[in-house]
Ligand binder design. Structure first.
Ligand code: FAD
Ligand code: NAI
Length: 467
């Protein structure tokens, strides 16, 4: 397979979920593969400063909140629950170390060379890594994304006063008052962590609802639930500036549509207004590869860019910025490069917010589906699900959206303690072109939260049992 004109058959830039998975699959398919990564450890944003550390803190903070009172209704009394934040952070760091170390092991096992340093194109087949030219027949760009800055609100993670997600994953102490700018996924997940650990959290969101891009019912439910959990929501508001004095930050906030400004003082401010693709310093000019208006690299269906031999996957290309989307694209691009057919169904990419309860969905939102044609919708509340009721988890629902004529499932949205796990069932059903009736007539174990999905499917034709 090896083409001796080049150092490698395939070189991948970036070892996040898009890049490291592509590297492993390519090596499995017999390609001589290298992966360049400028970070000290493998795994990209996801393993180092994203999915994994955030889930560790969500888990730890949930245990703290449970122990601090929620368990009392089950007769479990803890006289004095104390938080040792250093220990919680150390456990998070340990999980990250185990997982990033695991990728290093997999690279060695599969004979993928890890080239440490920053990669910059000098030609379509050559990148410079720390002054050394490395050549490859094919090159995949998997450089991921970074935090979008907010002008006038300068992030300084070291000081811990105005932080981005990376800073908010490592605060040295629980801030008394935290303002989260942006009511999207990061704001709500990390806002939940610090809210549970004792901070007063205010979320300032530009739009009139949280979680843009998700189904309308989910967004409304999210606002109710986070308010109930003690977060203050300032919807339809934007932050226009910040001043730091001593250990306090004063933010200027005004209505999104303009109007009278107010100031809010905080001990910590989290900037979470989105992420943007990493392309700076990559030398794309040298190969004539330009970006679209959103700063992304455009690709064909097989992840090929317009430059021969250069491919791209993950957060740096259009589509949702999600680890599992990057992973699936990583496998597919390696398969295309090896001469096989890679498959990613971009219409069926689940989306999960890992708060308590979790918010999850797959496929079209109800609003998108209605725009496309006639639909039927079935909804079932978690209040009426025996397992959720028994566990005292009353919040949430499952909603199934089906085509009115064919009954084919077009989307599903759910709020439940384990919605992130439940949504996988609907994703599989959609991949197989299932109808709502197929889900309704599939036997679901009792008592499980997943029975709510079956009942929502039954509700599509007006026949749920428990409501
Ligand atoms: P990345 O993971 O960003 O990896 C790209 C890598 O390329 C980086 O390590 C970078 O150092 C390296 N790199 C960049 N340029 C160069 C260069 N020129 N030379 C060498 N190396 C370079 N998604 C989920 O699906 N579920 C979650 O629960 C979730 N939680 C998240 C929580 C947070 C706080 C954040 C910030 C993100 C979260 N995400 C989550 C999003 C997820 O992390 C990204 O979608 C995913 O990491 C994208 O993978 P990627 O491979 O495209 O890029
Ligand atoms: P986001 O796009 O999810 O949310 C950003 C929010 O900020 C939006 O609601 C937007 O309206 C708001 N906003 C923008 N400018 C503003 C301003 N000036 N003032 C107030 N609000 C403003 O982006 P976020 O939360 O930063 O996350 C980035 C990406 O990371 C997500 O889109 C997601 O793809 C990924 N991610 C995924 C997770 C998951 O799958 N569970 C968890 C965390 C991140």
């Amino acid at each position: 397979m090896a083409d001796h004109k080049f150092d490698y058959d395939l070189l991948i830039i970036g070892a996040g979920p898009g890049g490291y998975i592509a590297a492993i699959r390519a090596a499995q398919l017999g390609l001589k593969t290298a992966c360049v990564e400028s970070r000290e450890t493998l795994g990209g944003t996801c393993l180092n400063v994203g999915c994994i550390p955030s889930k560790a803190l969500l888990h730890g903070s949930e245990l703290f909140e449970e122990a601090s009172g929620h368990m009392a209704k089950w007769g479990i009394k803890a006289s004095k629950v104390e938080l040792d934040l250093d220990v919680m952070m150390a456990e998070k760091t340990k999980a990250v170390g185990e997982l990033t170390g695991g990728i290093e092991f997999l690279f060695k096992k599969n004979k993928v060379d890890w080239l440490k340093g920053h990669a910059k194109f000098t030609s379509a087949n050559t990148v410079d890594v720390g002054g050394k030219a490395v050549t490859a027949k094919d090159i995949v760009i998997a450089t991921g994304s970074s935090v979008t800055p907010l002008p006038g609100v300068e992030v300084d993670n070291d000081k811990g006063l105005i932080v981005d997600s990376t800073g908010a994953l490592s605060l040295p102490k629980v801030p008394k008052k935290m303002v989260v700018i942006g009511g999207g996924v990061i704001g709500l997940e990390l806002g939940s962590v610090w809210n549970r650990l004792g901070s007063d959290v205010i979320v300032v969101e530009f739009l009139d609802q949280l979680l843009p891009g998700l189904d309308g019912d989910i967004r409304k439910e999210a606002a109710k639930i986070f308010k109930k959990q003690g977060m203050e929501l300032k919807l339809g508001a934007k932050v226009t500036g910040a001043t730091v004095k001593g250990k306090k930050v004063t933010l200027t906030v005004e209505p999104s549509t303009g109007g009278k400004a107010e100031t809010i003082e905080a001990d910590c401010v989290l900037v979470s207004i989105g992420r943007r693709p990493n392309t700076e310093g990559l030398g794309l000019d040298a190969i004539g590869l330009d970006l679209n208006k959103r700063g992304q690299i455009e690709i064909e269906h097989d992840f090929r860019t317009k430059v021969d031999g250069v491919w791209a996957v993950g957060d740096v290309v259009p589509g949702p910025m999600l680890a599992h989307k990057a992973e699936d694209e990583g496998i597919a691009v390696a398969e295309f490069i090896a001469g096989l057919t890679g498959i990613v169904n971009h219409a069926v990419i689940p989306n999960v917010v890992y708060t308590m309860p979790e918010f999850a969905g797959v496929g079209l939102t109800e609003e998108e589906a209605r725009e496309k044609g006639e639909i039927k919708v079935g909804k079932f509340p978690m209040m009426a699900n025996s397992r959720a009721k028994t566990n005292r988890e009353p919040d949430g629902f499952v909603k199934i959206i089906a085509d009115a004529e064919t009954d084919k499932v077009l989307g599903a949205w759910m709020v439940a303690s384990v919605a992130g796990t439940m949504v996988a069932e609907v994703a599989i059903a959609m991949e197989f072109g299932a109808t709502s009736e197929d889900i309704a007539y599939t036997c679901h174990a009792h008592p499980t939260h997943a029975e709510a999905t079956k009942e929502a499917a039954m509700a599509v034709t007006g026949k749920p049992i428990h409501i």
